[in-house]
Design a protein around this ligand. Structure first.
Ligand code: HEM
Length: 314
């Protein structure tokens, strides 16, 4: 029974919460008006003045067209461009300190997770597509252990340790870290550690896992016999993955969708070329002179008697 709850019910509930939650958040974001033109830029804006030149970095960091904005977004999403500028300036020492190790570990963490998820597709597919087999083979070229060690598995753990260590041990980062910053890291830590244990130390029956994974995917959960045969560590792994998935819509992990709705990133910096109208502005309906006169007839007549001209000149 307990195996059925953790192997079937919990993952399905998590997916439903994830789908409804993500759609809800997207609708909320899409409905939010953007009153101001607020792209954050870090480069020279386009100018028709010939002596104001722009480098290729300016064109990416300070786009003036929609195409430029798409290119900027591409660099942001795939290369974390803004994090690559992570340098600190200490005013008292007049010193620049390069802190781009954060960029390195953030990249390592995200790309490792991506490759791990692609590799995991081998549990959900039968036969396993060649591309997944190839990625699995390349990633597993460190044959110092049986089974071979995955580069991305190690990188994900190391980078998670750095990213979390930064929040735990650096005074400034610790001060600004909230529980909502630690929770995803804890969930990822449990998922990564349980996965690593299953692969290298506590061997589990992958045949049954695959039967369950494909069963979940095709909405035909396997028999109780199969579920009962799977090692408990797998259920720890799957349950924490489910908690992570269900937690996404309520958490900062939504940044993977939010980045596309971020007005500081998705707007071209064309303030000087196009007028940006605040969607909150009420529609202004003008009135005719006759309507105006009707509204303030007495006052206008009184003013006119004093010899002032009240009727507008046309
Ligand atoms: C957020 C999603 C997930 C992450 C980050 C994750 C991460 C990992 C990691 C790092 C490993 C160690 C081996 C490796 O590097 O591939 C692993 C192993 C494993 N994971 Fe996951 N996992 C996730 C989801 C799942 C799901 C949904 C299943 C269900 C089928 C699953 C089943 C397994 C199994 C069976 C192993 C052992 C593999 C082996 O012995 O070769 N994982 N996981």
């Amino acid at each position: 029974m307990i195996e059925y709850v953790f192997g079937v019910v919990v993952p399905y509930v998590a997916i439903v919460i994830f789908i409804i939650g993500v759609i809800y958040r997207i609708i909320e974001w899409a409905k939010s008006p953007v009153p101001l033109k607020i792209p954050t830029t870090a480069g020279q804006e386009f100018s028709p003045l010939p002596f104001i030149r722009r480098t290729v970095y300016d064109m990416v960091d300070c786009p003036q067209t929609k195409l430029g904005t798409v290119i900027r977004m591409f660099f942001e999403v795939f290369l974390m461009r803004s994090l690559f500028r992570n340098v600190r300036y200490y005013y008292d020492k007049n010193e620049h300190v390069d802190t781009r190790w954060l960029w390195f570990f953030a990249m390592a963490f995200h790309y490792s997770l991506l490759v791990i998820l692609i590799r995991h597709m081998r549990f959900f597919t039968n036969p396993v597509p060649d591309i997944i087999e190839t990625i699995d083979w390349v990633d597993g070229m460190m044959k110092y252990w049986v089974p071979s060690i995955y580069v991305t598995g190690v990188l994900a753990l190391v980078s998670l340790a750095f990213l979390w260590g930064r929040r735990l041990f650096l005074a400034r980062e610790r001060t600004i870290s909230l529980p909502s910053d630690h929770i995803p890291l804890i969930l990822f830590a449990v998922v990564l550690i349980s996965g690593t244990l299953m692969r290298y130390f506590i061997k589990i029956d992958l045949y049954d896992v695959k039967t369950l994974a494909i069963g979940l995917f095709t909405f035909q959960p396997p028999s109780y016999e199969v579920l009962r045969g799977i090692h408990w560590l797998f259920y720890v792994h799957l349950t924490f993955v489910s908690i992570l998935i269900a937690y996404i819509p309520f958490s900062k992990l939504m940044h993977f969708v939010g980045i596309f709705f971020s007005p500081t990133r998705n707007m071209p910096n064309d303030n000087r070329v196009h007028i940006h109208i605040n969607p909150w502005d009420p529609e202004i309906k003008g009135i005719t002179w006759e309507e105006y006169y009707e509204m303030y007839k007495d006052q206008l007549d009184e003013i006119a008697e004093e010899g002032y001209k009240v009727r507008p000149e046309v």
